[in-house]
Design a protein around this ligand. Structure first.
Ligand SMILES: [Zn+2]
Length: 134
């Protein structure tokens, strides 16, 4: 018979996998409201406070749009002979490139480990302790 899973802090068996709490506490919704001849549709995702507290780790944004925007503006100022301003935007683009590199490093190295740990993480409904069971 399988070993019974309990909270390592308070020994309660009232524990649940974080991924299950997250899925059961998160709902997609859409509302339609009418005012006179106008119809407004809104949709989105709502989650309970508990589900939010056990949300999976998010990947970091890779700001390619900001990088291209900075390079485009730098190019325009260069064409207009505003070289100093152009250099400022090239430096801003370099900053964006560094952000992209850091985000890519996190997303390909650390995020898979964080996500795997999240898949094995549990929550105790008695004492509120988070823990990992492999
Ligand atoms: Zn506990």
């Amino acid at each position: 018979m399988a070993e019974k899973l309990i909270c390592p802090k308070c020994s309660s068996d009232n524990i649940q996998k974080c991924s299950v709490i997250y899925q059961s506490g998160t709902v997609d919704h859409s509302y339609t409201s009418r005012s006179g001849d106008n119809t407004v549709e809104t949709s989105g995702t709502e989650s309970t406070a508990l589900a939010q507290s056990v949300a999976p780790p998010a990947k970091h944004d890779e700001p390619y749009g900001a990088l291209l925007g900075c390079l485009g503006i730098a190019g325009l100022f260069y064409l207009w002979n505003w070289t100093i301003v152009s250099i400022i935007f090239v430096l801003a683009a370099l900053g964006q490139a560094i952000s992209i590199k850091e985000a890519m490093d996190y997303n390909s190295n650390q995020w898979p480990r964080d996500y795997k740990a999240w898949q094995h993480s549990w929550f105790c409904h008695r004492c509120g302790h988070y823990f990992i069971i492999d």
